[in-house]
Design a protein around this ligand. Structure first.
Ligand SMILES: Cc1cc2nc3c(=O)[nH]c(=O)nc-3n(C[C@H](O)[C@H](O)[C@H](O)COP(=O)(O)O)c2cc1C
Length: 246
């Protein structure tokens, strides 16, 4: 399958991919090293503008949901975040359903297409938004598996990628334990994280409609506030982090 068509299956538009590839080429020809960071909005603007011409960046967020369930509340949270992402910023939602289980022997043969698609989607994103269910006091295996693939060298697309976390459960504790574990796992990559607000959606079955849309006003406000905080953190970091030189 055409890799860009494959990415469409991940919810990533061809346009976004082509923009990322163009930015990649611009950065490479500018002498920047391929380290998973140079495709950021900061690098895109630096490749085309002088500092005095730089406008506020248009940021791309990749939403990664930990549930493979068709009616997932956590996917519903990501759709709400997508709706509540202020223009011109965008939020695309990844699909983990085609990822194979991480296996070093498989990796040694090269990243499978679904993995390569996810890694590209993460590489061209400026920030990540994880929506995790809680499975037995931790994150689902599907999400851990995605992180296992994303974290692998060379050029892990997680490198210095700011992220935020939220989660929904039908139980009372709102994924508190899963989110703590996810943050601990992501310590492996030394990533900047949004600390507040914390968004724990409990009793989710009463907060979404039958189509999986988030209805509860307080929850929607919390999602909106989290997305805003992630965008602010990302903008701040991109202004203070020059891309690495070869
Ligand atoms: C295997 C399994 C384990 C679960 N363990 C927990 C748990 O430890 N804590 C919790 O709050 N909810 C737990 N739940 C409930 C899920 O959080 C709930 O089903 C949630 O809706 C799943 O997310 P989703 O709607 O995005 O698929 C568990 C569900 C499953 C299927």
């Amino acid at each position: 399958m055409d890799p860009l068509t494959q990415l469409g299956g991940w919810g990533i538009s061809r346009r976004a991919v082509l923009q990322g590839m163009a930015a990649t080429w611009a950065a490479v020809t500018g002498g920047f090293t391929l380290n998973g960071r140079y495709q950021t909005a900061w690098a895109r603007e630096q490749a085309t503008s002088s500092p005095s011409e730089t406008q506020p960046a248009t940021l791309r967020v990749l939403g990664i949901g930990g549930s493979l369930r068709a009616g997932s509340y956590n996917r519903g949270l990501l759709r709400a975040a997508q709706e509540l992402t202020p223009a011109p910023h965008t939020l695309e939602i990844a699909d983990l359903s085609a990822l194979p289980l991480y296996n070093p022997d498989v990796e040694a043969q090269g990243f499978p297409p679904a993995v390569a698609g996810l890694r590209t989607a993460a590489a061209i994103a400026d920030a990540l938004l994880f929506a995790t269910p809680e499975y037995y006091r931790s994150i689902p295996g599907a999400l851990k598996n995605a992180i296992d693939w994303l974290g692998r060298p060379p050029n892990s697309p997680l490198a210095r990628k700011p992220y935020a976390v939220l989660g929904a459960t039908t139980a009372d504790l709102g994924t508190v334990r899963a989110q703590l574990q996810l943050r601990e796992i992501l310590l492996s990559f030394d990533l900047p994280v949004v600390q507040r607000p914390e968004v724990f959606i409990s009793n989710a079955d009463g907060k979404f409609d039958e189509q999986g849309s988030l209805l509860d006003p307080a929850s929607r406000q919390a999602v909106q506030d989290l997305v805003a905080a992630l965008l602010v953190l990302t903008e701040q970091l991109q202004q203070s982090w020059p891309p690495a030189r070869a």
